[in-house]
Write a protein that binds this ligand. Structure first.
Ligand code: ATP
Ligand code: MG
Length: 416
């Protein structure tokens, strides 16, 4: 018979185990705790959506929509896309469920996302985000609250050192249109030096050029017109309130006039928390205001603001929390002992005591196993002890060994 070929993991996907899993879980737990403190309600939205949910809201000419989406036709002939981000799906849910009546809503989510990208450190095809959105709030207070929460999250994860909040405003529609015209003129004049991708962007979406990762483009962008010269008074006022709020809460930020985000829906505030510790994948958290998105999905104009952060990138920056070992490991010696051990093991576990059993190999092997698991106690059960209705309990931290009546084991372990 021909040998069966072992399947391989899909390129850009990861199996997350051990330390990486500990770090991953710690990021999620910290996010859940902090977002609760700020009054955000957790939601779950589908991993699959109609393709139009993303195509309409992210913008047809963005990298995500034009090159990175996992889109397929399902058996019923509908065009379905694996979500590349949360915001569009949450906005769709807002409309589907008639949540307008509850606005402003503070929502949080986390889970897997899919983008067809070139995999490298910190960049995967299946990755995970934590995400926070405030929908139905036009006030700069919403932007401020989200930024303070992001800042606190990074501090609680212990990675605020070396991570800088880059802040920009993209202005309102009028500011943006005027800036856009100026950018087109500027890049037209320097057409010969633009990358092929950016020449295409110049036609379709010139703001995108500012987000280019091409070195030549980046250089050109340094002298490109900045939004400040085109901001309306209203837009300037809005941005001023955001920065004042951050200052009042002692959140450190720096102005980055060239910051635009990878998606089309942003207005006013745009921001990224950037680190120099992850090479090219330095953006750990990004977001901004997306007042136009819900209208693009066919809803009434609804102001909103939010951010998302890559869990893998955050997890790479933190020290993995130590795995705490079991409270006790049982070592039964012989068939009779094994039967009693099954009863004791389930009794301990029903008392929510973290317990395991080492049932393979000789005594030495099993002790090594208990040590490797970082257990506090080992409960050794030989026939002689059992005949007396007892077990031997060894404390692996102090090295002390004591005998204990079988019906007193739960109390003994609880007190240790
Ligand atoms: P980048 O410029 O690095 O491609 P982006 O602007 O496409 O990022 P967003 O859409 O703003 O990223 O997503 C928010 C965060 O999600 C990013 O800051 C990053 O931490 C994370 N992220 C985005 N794409 C990936 C990916 N392919 N793999 C891992 N994390 C990612
Ligand atoms: Mg990207």
């Amino acid at each position: 018979m021909a040998k069966i070929q072992t399947p391989h993991a899909v390129r850009g996907t990861q199996d997350i185990v051990d330390e990486a899993q500990n770090s991953f879980a710690h990021v999620v737990e910290t996010f859940e705790r902090v977002s609760k403190v700020y009054g955000f309600a957790p939601v779950q939205v589908p991993i699959i959506e109609q393709t139009s949910v993303f195509a309409r809201s992210l913008g047809e000419s963005t990298d995500v929509v034009s090159k990175e989406m996992y889109t397929f036709e399902d058996r019923g002939g509908d065009s379905i896309t694996l979500r590349p981000e949360f915001t569009a799906g949450i906005s769709r849910a807002f409309l589907t469920n008639g949540w307008q009546q509850y606005a402003p809503m503070k929502l949080s989510a986390h889970g897997p996302l899919f983008r067809y990208e070139r995999p490298q450190k910190g960049r995967y095809r299946q990755f995970h985000q934590i995400d926070a959105e405030i929908i139905g709030a036009a006030e700069p207070l919403a932007d401020i609250e989200l930024l303070i929460m992001a800042d606190q999250l990074l501090k609680e994860l212990g990675i605020d050192d070396g991570v800088i909040l880059n802040l920009n405003t993209l202005g309102d529609a009028d500011s943006r249109d005027a800036w856009r015209e100026a950018l087109i003129t500027y890049f037209q004049d320097h057409k010969d030096h633009l990358s092929k991708d950016s020449l295409d962007r110049l036609e379709r979406n010139p703001l995108r050029i500012l987000d280019s990762k091409d070195e030549g483009d980046k250089k050109l962008c340094q002298s490109a017109p900045i939004i400040d010269d085109y901001l309306t008074n209203e837009a300037q006022e809005f941005f001023g309130q955001v920065t004042q709020g951050l200052d009042a809460a002692h959140v450190r930020w720096t102005r980055n006039t060239r910051l635009v985000r990878g998606l089309d829906y942003y207005r006013h505030t745009a921001f990224e928390f950037i680190t120099d510790r992850l090479g090219a994948q330095g953006t750990v958290l990004g977001g901004g205001r997306y007042d136009g998105l819900i209208e693009n999905l066919g809803g009434n104009p609804t102001p909103a603001v939010g951010w998302a952060a890559g869990i893998e990138r955050l997890a790479m920056l933190i020290d993995a929390p130590e795995n705490s070992g079991p409270d006790a490991v049982l070592i039964p010696l012989g068939d009779r002992a094994t039967e009693t051990a099954i009863a004791i093991l389930s009794d301990l576990r029903r008392h929510n005591i973290v317990t395991d059993m080492a049932y393979k190999g000789n005594m030495k092997k099993r002790m090594q196993k208990a040590n490797a698991k970082n257990a506090k106690l080992v409960i050794i059960m030989g026939d002689d002890e059992l005949d007396r209705g007892e077990v031997a309990i060894k404390n692996l931290i102090s090295g002390e060994q004591q005998s204990c009546k079988i019906d007193a084991i739960v109390d003994f372990v609880k007190k240790s």
